[in-house]
Structures are given as C-alpha cells and as structure tokens.
Design a protein around this ligand. Structure first.
Ligand code: NAD
Ligand code: GLY
Length: 361
C-alpha cells in the first residue's frame, strides 16, 4: 500500500510516500527522485535497533553507497556540538555536493539531520524517513530544520525542503505508547484549525485511532494531516502569515514545556493542554460556540491526553509566554478558532483574561 501526497513548491516540490511496510522501498524511491552516489544515514539508537539495517540494505540494493551514524536518543542531541560532529562524519563518509543525507528517526533526528544537510557544503539534498507519529504528520513535512541553543529551543535553523519523505506506518509499532498518544494531539490540531470533516472522522474512530490495527485508517489519517500541512506550506512556506495556524495550542503549550522543564510533559501533551486553553479563549475572543469547544475538550480527553496542568501557576507561565518567538511587544499572540475547521492568527487576549482562563483550566 502506498499513498502519495505531493508538496507543491515549484522547483522544490516533492512527494510524501505513506504506507505500511515500505521502508524497503527507500532505495528505489531515492533513485527515482534522482538521488545518486553516496549518502549518510543519520539515526538514533532506539530507531537504529529496529530499522537501520533495512534502510541500509534498501539503499545498497540500488547501488547507493550508504554509511550510517547512530546518535543518542533525545532532545539534547539536537545541538550545535552534534552538528559539528556530523560535518566531520559527512567528510569521513566522503560526501560531496552530489551526495545526500537520510534522516531516519523522529523529529529530533529530522530537524538535526535536515540542518546539517542545509548547511554542509552550503546545502546537499536530504530525505526524511520519519518514524514517530509527530514526525510523520508534522516535523518531516514543510522544511523547517534546526537545533536548540542552551538559551532555548529551535533558535538556529533553516527552511530547507527534503527531496522526498517516506513514512512507513509499521515503524509506529515500536514507538513508545506515550509518544504515539502525544503525536495524536498534533493530528487533532489539523482538524481543529483546517478541516471539520477530518475532526469528525477522528471522533468517529476514536478507539481504533488508539490502536495500530487498522492500516487503512492510519494511512488516511496520516495522509490527511500531510495534505493539510502541504497545502498550508505551499501557500506560506516561510511563515509570513497563514503557516502560523499550525501553532494552535502551541503558545500556552510551549510556555508550559518551558516552565515544567522539558521532559515532564512531552510536546504533544503540552499542546493538548494549550489547545484547551486556546479553545476556551476562542469562545470569548473568536466566537467559538460552547458545544464546539466541548467537542474539542472531549476529543483530547478521549485520547487520554492531559487537559490541565495542576501545580503550574500563572505568574511563571506568563514569564515564559513573554519569551515565546511569536510574542510581539510583550503580548503573546494566539491562534484561535471561530468554529472547528476555521482558524485565525495573531489574536491577543487581555492580561486578566489570560490569567483567569489559565486558572480555570
Ligand atoms: P524524538 O525524535 O525525540 O522521538 C521520540 C522518541 O521516540 C525518541 O526516544 C526516539 O528515539 C523514539 N522513536 C522514534 N521513532 C521510534 C520508533 N519507530 N520506534 C521506537 N522508538 C522511536 O521526538 P519527536 O516527538 O519525534 O519530535 C520532537 C522534535 O520535533 C522536537 O525537537 C521538536 O522541536 C521537533 N519538531 C519540529 C517540527 C518542524 O516543523 N521541523 C515540528 C514539530 C516538532
Ligand atoms: N510545526 C509548525 C510548522 O511547521 O510550521
């Protein structure tokens, strides 16, 4: 089964290939996309254990000469030291301007390897092979690459599109359940901001979504998320405006991650809580109806994602909000919805209402 989603970006257009048991097609798809010569597969230890060999064999079968580097798993790996270490690995592996990089892993590996590809020799091609749900539906698509600084997340990066994305749904079978559930928060986001029928489809399949038993449903869900993201990115690649709708739930979510210390909540869990905040704010500041807000709250609860953050007080959260990348003049900007499927960017919420909304969560 192979389901292709095109990303239309002129001469930087590419395809997202989605299917079950398709990792073995990596080499063939790279060759078809015009990639040749040597490549460096960058992965992490958790992913390498299950999938590195299949990826390397597939590249080898079509005559692509692949080397591999396996990094420690976790957000700390997305740092400047690893970028420099990887440049050395690229040189050791004999990569030149006609070579390419393969990012095999979750969003950490995708962002890091993508940034290395964007900057090594001023840019060589790269391929995304996302293996976490979050990376399949979000980070591998759209060309945001980058690393963290000690001062904050994703502070250095480049917009740099891959040559192709291959998402093998079977790899989700080894993803820890908590990570899978967190990825579902990003899936729900696409329904809330852009696609009411998709939101309804998720509601109708709430139990099956939490298992990996239905490949057809999973392919449809991952495919639709990629279609929405591809559509948004093709209209606004560099986030001049529209692309910011993808940050629904992320303003309060990022602040919470920051205050709680990265690790207490995984990203999608913080996004779930931030989405409840944004949905409730949408009633007052964007005309969302109470029943639609209730549906949004219910779906996160049904997916067993956290919907509040007891113990995190407003004053700490407010400090974190003022350093958010989207904050202008000290006022955070929120993505709000007027109805499920219709969102707007750049909304401000008066100070006292932000505080009350947070305290009521
Ligand atoms: P991750 O890459 O850390 O993966 C989560 C964990 O799951 C890791 O321990 C990883 O080793 C493991 N893992 C991944 N796939 C696996 C598999 N199939 N089997 C077993 N274990 C597996 O985290 P993530 O949630 O995938 O991505 C988060 C990162 O993505 C953050 O750094 C975030 O900033 C970034 N991100 C980027 C964008 C973008 O547009 N570029 C968008 C959203 C998030
Ligand atoms: N994850 C948000 C974006 O790609 O713009």
């Amino acid at each position: 089964m192979l389901y292709d989603v095109p990303v239309h970006l002129g001469d930087r257009s590419y395809n997202i290939h989605i299917g079950a048991e398709i990792l073995g097609q990596l080499g063939g798809l790279c060759a078809t996309a015009g990639l040749k010569g040597k490549c460096l597969v960058i992965t992490d230890e958790n992913v390498a254990e299950h999938y590195l060999q299949t990826a390397l064999e597939s590249l080898d079968q079509v005559g692509l000469k692949a080397s591999a580097v396996t990094l420690p798993a976790g957000e700390q790996t997305k740092c400047g030291d690893q970028v420099f270490a990887l440049y050395s690995k690229c040189i050791e592996a004999g990569l030149d301007r006609h070579s390419f990089v393969v990012a095999l892993g979750g969003g950490v590996i995708g962002d890091l390897a993508g940034y290395v590809a964007a900057t090594f020799l001023r840019g060589i091609p790269f391929v995304q092979v996302p293996t976490s749900l979050l990376s399949m539906v979000d980070s591998s698509v759209g060309g945001k690459t980058g690393i963290n600084l000690p001062e904050g997340k994703n502070l250095v990066g480049a917009f740099y599109q891959p040559q192709l994305v291959l998402a093998d749904l079977k790899t989700l079978e080894t993803l820890p359940e908590r990570e899978y559930r967190a990825g579902l928060a990003e899936v729900v986001k696409y329904g809330i901001i852009y696609d009411a029928p998709f939101f309804q489809l998720l509601e109708d399949n709430i139990d099956e979504l939490q298992t990996l038993d239905n490949d057809e449903l999973l392919a449809k869900v991952v495919g639709r998320c990629c279609e929405v993201k591809a559509d948004v990115v093709s209209k606004d690649e560099r986030e001049g405006g529209l692309r910011a709708i993808l940050n629904f739930g992320h303003t309060a979510g990022h602040a919470l991650e920051n205050v709680a210390g990265y690790g207490e909540y995984v990203h999608g869990e913080a996004v779930s809580i931030g989405s409840i905040f944004a949905a409730r704010a949408s009633i007052e500041f964007s005309g969302l109806s109470q029943p639609e807000c209730d549906r949004i709250e219910q779906i996160f609860q049904d997916l067993k994602l956290p919907v509040n953050a007891p113990g995190y007080n407003w004053s700490n959260l407010r400090v974190a909000l003022s350093v958010d990348k989207k904050t202008v003049g000290g006022m955070p900007k929120f993505v709000l919805v007027s109805e499920i499927g219709k969102s707007s960017i750049g909304n401000e919420i008066p100070e006292e209402r932000m505080e009350t909304l947070w305290n009521e969560l």
